[in-house]
Write a protein that binds this ligand. Sequence first.
Ligand SMILES: [Zn+2]
Length: 269
Amino acid sequence: MGAHLSISGGLSKTIEEAFRLGLSTIQFFSRNPRSLRSAKRSEPISIPFNIFFLHGPYLLNLASYNEIYDLSKKALLEDLLWGESLGATGIVVHPGSHKGSGVRNGISRIVMALEEIINKSNTRCKIILENTSGAGAQLGASPEEFKAIIDSISDKTRLGICIDTCHLFSAGFDIRNTDGIRETFDRWFSLLDTSYLILFHANDSKGKLGSRLDRHTHIGEGEIGEEGFKSLFNFEIFRTRPIIIETPKNPPGSDEKNIYKLRELGSLL
Ligand SMILES: [Zn+2]
């Protein structure tokens, strides 16, 4: 169980915070999340977790067709190599937005970008594609789109999948109870081998089912609710993957509370 933590005070502060929270894994931004150009790196330090993740910047768009495309490829390659030097398990990125050019075109842009980055590097650090809520022209809200991407990549060992519970729910997958979760996982993993699934992001959802609204909230306080998270723990696939919270940091003490709540719902206390 882990949390997305800030690295604004330096990585050693991040690790202190992780220990204070009693976490066994962490995730942090690979650079300023709102910039593709500047990447000020702290000194590479040893991270005392076997499994941990970077998260790519929000502006990254591997499906774009303007100057953002080249900047995105460059930024992801740099961040992937930085992740490798730190020993990260993977870097989590959103597949991208086709911005009106169409799903097929968007997917082929993503595939081209990933192939290029994979060919220019040789990392154990995986590129982990995260499911999205599918707002606007955002790709990656359905298992079919993930399959279309993965099927076209030559070295599939370099890729992974991250499933975010909030995005899943706002994309229309009803994970509020065991039956809904079973149906959801059956749909995703009849198309995708479970070996691709590297981690979960556990976030409750402010948006309603199918609202396409990407708004994370505290565990048990959103539309998924305690019953949903409790039911997720009935599934081996959920219990056997790292779980990272990306829930609001306010009020202070929220990370402690959300981690505790998840452990409680999973009978892990
Ligand atoms: Zn997420």
